[in-house]
Structures are given as structure tokens and as C-alpha cells.
Design a protein around this ligand. Structure first.
Ligand SMILES: Cc1cc2nc3c(=O)[nH]c(=O)nc-3n(C[C@H](O)[C@H](O)[C@H](O)COP(=O)(O)O)c2cc1C
Ligand SMILES: Nc1ccn([C@@H]2O[C@H](COP(=O)(O)OP(=O)(O)O)[C@@H](O)[C@H]2O)c(=O)n1
Ligand SMILES: [Mg+2]
Length: 240
């Protein structure tokens, strides 16, 4: 199974799912402990403890009312459910590829530094089979792909290990092979429509949120595909 966040137990995750089915993802789940207790076939005390556990783990927000409580799933709670979803996709879907849509964007100019560090560079050559261009091409995902990226957790990654030098430690990263395709309206007549193989690189320590993915490749993709900020692209991450 994918590496799920186990901040709360399986029982609490079952309750998180039931709350989502009641509308908690959109902040409109009005629930009572007795109502949930019936449906989960447990006591009201157990329901009350599970709700507290979800709240304390930062997975839901609660607003107490005179007649029950209104429960909203937090961003972290949504991610826990998305990881469960990724596990089920992995179990039942035969085409496990993930398509992520977004636009090319600039970043903080730090990618170049990290990709060039010998502790990472050596591993890229060994495990990806090429020396990456020093930098990461940043893609800002649309809202649907920001959610869909959780499905990457269901695909076996190539692992890049953390390491350290005299001054500090460097975190690990996951990589997935992918094909980068430029959307038709941003394609130049003389250029290829896509580039293979790139790798999505997801560093454990990053300044970016879930709405950005970083890509590495042997070449400078902006040159290879005449990409500019704002150009539409799709990242096809292959299933195994
Ligand atoms: C392979 C790799 C490893 C990274 N490791 C770390 C790290 O250990 N600590 C850290 O603060 N950021 C780390 N970063 C993330 C960068 O700080 C930053 O989030 C990102 O790569 C910046 O990209 P940008 O310049 O394209 O915006 C790493 C990035 C990459 C690509
Ligand atoms: N394979 C790659 C990697 C980076 N790049 C670009 O190379 C530059 C340096 O990468 P970077 O990660 O240090 O910079 P930013 O992404 O922060 O702008 C950026 O303009 C990236 O978009 C590329 O075109 N192809
Ligand atoms: Mg970058």
C-alpha cells in the first residue's frame, strides 16, 4: 500500500470518510453523536472520542451547535482521504497513469542549486540514468490536478535518499518517470509536441505547496519545447 499518514487510527479514518460522505469536504456536515453512533455501530462515547481525535489531529474543524455539530474537513483531512483513494485506485484500476494539467511558471531559483549538489546528482545518474539539467521546471497545477496529484502516492516511486555534508542535512525525494506534453495552442510549428523522459521530483522538504510540481530532465525543457511562463502543459506520469 502507499505510504499513508497514520496520524490517526483506522477507526478514526472510517469516521472521517463517513463525515465526508455527509458533506464535510464542503463544510456542510451537520452531525450528532447518536446519529453517527447508529451508522458506525458503536457507542456515542466512542463517536465523541473519534471526533475529538480527528479534531486534535487537525483533520477536521468543528462548530458546536445546540442540536449537534457542523464538521468541516481540513486540507490535511482531505489529503488523508485522497491517500486512501490512491490506495483503492491502485487496487482496482488497471490503467494507473496520472495526468496532471497546469502551466509553466518560474520559482525561487533554488532548484538549480539542489539539483547540482553532488549528493543528489550522483543518485540521479545512478537511479534515473542521466545527469539532469541543473534546475527544476515548475508547473502550476489547475485545481483538479492539485487534487489528482495525490494519486502519485499509489505509484511506486524511484527513491532519492537524504544525505548530509559538514554543514547540514538534505532531505530525501521521490521521483516518477513521465512524459511532458505541450498543449496545442502553445506548440511552436518546428518543435516536438512533447519530451520523454522527464521525472516529477517531489522533495520531502520543499517550499512549494501541493499546487506545484517540479520536473527534471537531461535537457533544458524551456529550450527543447520553446516553453514560456503561462504555457499549458500536461504531465503524463506512467503507471507501473
Ligand atoms: C532533489 C531536491 C532536494 C531538495 N532538498 C531540500 C532540502 O533538503 N531542504 C530544503 O529546504 N529544500 C529542499 N529542496 C527544495 C527547494 O528548497 C525548493 O522547494 C524547490 O526545489 C525550489 O524550486 P524552485 O527554485 O524551482 O522554486 C529540494 C529540492 C530538490 C529538487
Ligand atoms: N529540465 C529543466 C529544468 C529547469 N528548467 C528551467 O531552468 C531554470 C532554472 O531552474 P530553477 O528550478 O533553478 O528555477 P525556477 O524554477 O525557480 O525558476 C528555470 O527557468 C526552469 O524553468 C528547464 O527549462 N528545464
Ligand atoms: Mg524550479
Amino acid at each position: 500500500m502507499a505510504e499513508s499518514t497514520l496520524a490517526v487510527g483506522a477507526d478514526a479514518r472510517e469516521t472521517l470518510k463517513l463525515l465526508a460522505l455527509d458533506g464535510a469536504l464542503e463544510g456542510r456536515a451537520n452531525v450528532t453523536c447518536s446519529g453517527l453512533a447508529d451508522r458506525l455501530d458503536v457507542s456515542t462515547q466512542t463517536v465523541s472520542r473519534r471526533l475529538r481525535e480527528l479534531d486534535e489531529a487537525g483533520l477536521v474543524d468543528r462548530e458546536m451547535g445546540s442540536n449537534g455539530q457542523r464538521v468541516t474537513t481540513t486540507d490535511e483531512g482531505r489529503r488523508v482521504l485522497e491517500r486512501e483513494y490512491a490506495d483503492y485506485r491502485r487496487l482496482f484500476e488497471t490503467d494507473r497513469g496520472v495526468d496532471l494539467h497546469g502551466t509553466v511558471t518560474g520559482g525561487m531559483g533554488e532548484g538549480r542549486h539542489y539539483i547540482s549538489l553532488p549528493g543528489y546528482n550522483r543518485q540521479f545518474v545512478e537511479r534515473l540514468g542521466y545527469e539532469p539539467f541543473p534546475g527544476t521546471l515548475n508547473v502550476e497545477l489547475d485545481a483538479e490536478s492539485t487534487r489528482a496529484r495525490a494519486a502519485l502516492d499509489g505509484l511506486e516511486p524511484i527513491r532519492i535518499d537524504g544525505w548530509e555534508d559538514d554543514e547540514r542535512t538534505y532531505g530525501p525525494a521521490f521521483c516518477w518517470p513521465a512524459r511532458l506534453v505541450v498543449s496545442a495552442e502553445h506548440r511552436s510549428a518546428n518543435d516536438d509536441d512533447g519530451y520523454e523522459v522527464v521525472h516529477v521530483v517531489a522533495p520531502e522538504r520543499t517550499h512549494h505547496g501541493q499546487d506545484k510540481v517540479e520536473l527534471i530532465a537531461p535537457d533544458r525543457l524551456r529550450d527543447e519545447l520553446s516553453l514560456e511562463d503561462g504555457d499549458g502543459v500536461t504531465v503524463h506520469v506512467e503507471g507501473q
